[in-house]
Design a protein around this ligand. Sequence first.
Ligand SMILES: *[C@@H]1O[C@H](CO)[C@@H](O)[C@H](O)[C@H]1NC(C)=O
Ligand SMILES: *[C@@H]1O[C@H](CO)[C@@H](O)[C@H](O)[C@H]1NC(C)=O
Length: 313
Amino acid sequence: MSAPVLLGSRMRPVLLWFLLSVPVLLTAGSPVNRSANGTVPLVLWHGMGDNCCNPFSMGAIKKMIEEEVPGIKVTSLMIGKNVIQDTGNGFFMDVNEQVSMVCSQLAQDPELSGGYNAMGFSQGAQFLRAVAQRCPSPPMKTLISVGGQHQGVYGLPKCPGESSYICDMIRRALNNGAYNDLVQNNLVQAQYWHDPLKDDLYRKYSLFLADINQERGVNETYRKNLQLLDKFVMVKFLEDTVVDPVDTEWFGFLKTGQAKETETLQESVLYQEDRLGLAAMDKAGKLVFLASEGDHLQFTREWFNANLLPYLH
Ligand SMILES: *[C@@H]1O[C@H](CO)[C@@H](O)[C@H](O)[C@H]1NC(C)=O
Ligand SMILES: *[C@@H]1O[C@H](CO)[C@@H](O)[C@H](O)[C@H]1NC(C)=O
């Protein structure tokens, strides 16, 4: 029997779905009441394998925030017409298109015209950063990235062991084909696949990540817009088994040309040349690096309240 061809077949996405489906898990806790409607609207963008309204994930987060901040308007983004499309689009819809859809949705909401905060989960975090960089109106105030992959990923998330046959197949497929037109155009995760051994291909062909990270030149608009944020908060999960390398959650990554040693954001060329304005933001105290114990997107209500809630006011 021959091995299944994963790339370009219908099988690969299903396998990815199965392996990577990681909704946010919330542990129950006690609500704290606040008063008054001097609230800033909040926009949520869910992660891969999830959707706007899953009652155990984004739905629960939305409800929790509404309890904690009475009167707040929380918009959990749905990409598509229903939750099925929304979940599927997290795998197959061109990210740049998703971002422009969201930009026009936000611009059309009169309740957001005074500004809003944004909270992205996993891949939703880098997508919301693209919204901040490309669409300054309405203004995003604070961007909270919860386990986001700002330098992309290189490795198969949630792969149960390096020796696993399926994992190896998928990894090889992404390794070999991530920068092919066909794959770039049709697989969301390929659009933030960052191969440090194929840096030239990444810079040239990555349709999404290399663009928003200024790898093909400096777009001054991106630099300017990102710096309009009051704060850019990045949460890293200390026992993350889903995101590889986990440094990407704080905007670090593998050093170019090898796949072992990592570097922090501050050590990167992106920062040192300040191609995106991140060094300036750091200096201005706008970058916040938070850590949470636990695996990808796993946090308690107490942790959320103590660490993220202060940024929602
Ligand atoms: C509070 O203000 C927001 C934004 O203007 C609005 O959407 C929401 O309905 C208000 N909440 C209450 C309870 O009045
Ligand atoms: C820079 O970004 C803006 C906002 O997305 C876009 O309109 C413009 O075309 C970009 N410029 C270049 C040179 O890519």
